[in-house]
Design a protein around this ligand. Structure first.
Ligand code: SF4
Length: 174
């Protein structure tokens, strides 16, 4: 037997995450999070007087294009941010739910103004006391109506959430 011969152990492939792979996954999440946070496509579900403020935010003085969020989509299948702007009544609630369900993942929801957040000053049987009774909300914008600066602050907070999130788009290994 050759004393210099070396046996090379055959190690079965291990499919667990190691340090390098963890780093790769983390960097991938950062990269996708960065891309997603600057390519928000809002679907405005606009029902009431907060609409004026939505128009103000969308106008050139506030320039939401800086955040990659200037282009509203009027099909839920092409949008990833549902902006619920104004009062939602119980009659409208099933329509809002259908719009939310038609949006693809990942998707986010913004409650724009006091009515969408909590029902506002409507203490009656017709208004829904906050859209979070039906759908999950990622960011709440207070105010009746909210100032455009508050909406922009909400968009920036949502961007932070998106950037910090996990983005599993390529399966378990990547
Ligand atoms: S929050 Fe105020 S401005 Fe906005 S929809 Fe309700 S009542 Fe109108």
């Amino acid at each position: 037997m050759n004393p210099y011969a070396r046996t090379i152990p055959i190690v079965p492939a291990v499919h667990e995450k190691d340090g390098a792979f963890e780093m790769l996954t983390t960097r991938k999440d950062e990269l996708i999070g960065w891309a997603r946070k600057f390519s928000i496509f809002p679907y405005p579900f606009v029902t009431a007087c907060c609409a004026m403020e939505f128009m103000a935010v969308s106008a050139s003085p506030y320039d939401t294009d800086r955040f990659g969020a200037a282009l509203p989509r009027f099909s839920p299948r092409q949008a990833d941010l549902l902006m619920v702007v104004g009062t939602v009544t119980h009659k409208q609630a099933p329509i809002l739910l259908k719009v939310y369900e038609q949006m693809c993942e990942p998707k986010w929801v913004m409650a724009f103004g006091a009515c969408a957040t909590s029902g506002g000053f409507y203490q009656n049987y017709a208004a829904v006391a906050g859209i979070d009774r039906m759908i999950p909300v990622d960011v709440y914008i207070p105010g009746c109506p909210p100032r455009p600066e508050m909406v922009i602050d909400g968009i920036m907070q949502l961007q932070d959430q998106i950037a910090r999130g996990s983005h599993p788009i390529l399966g378990a290994r990547f």
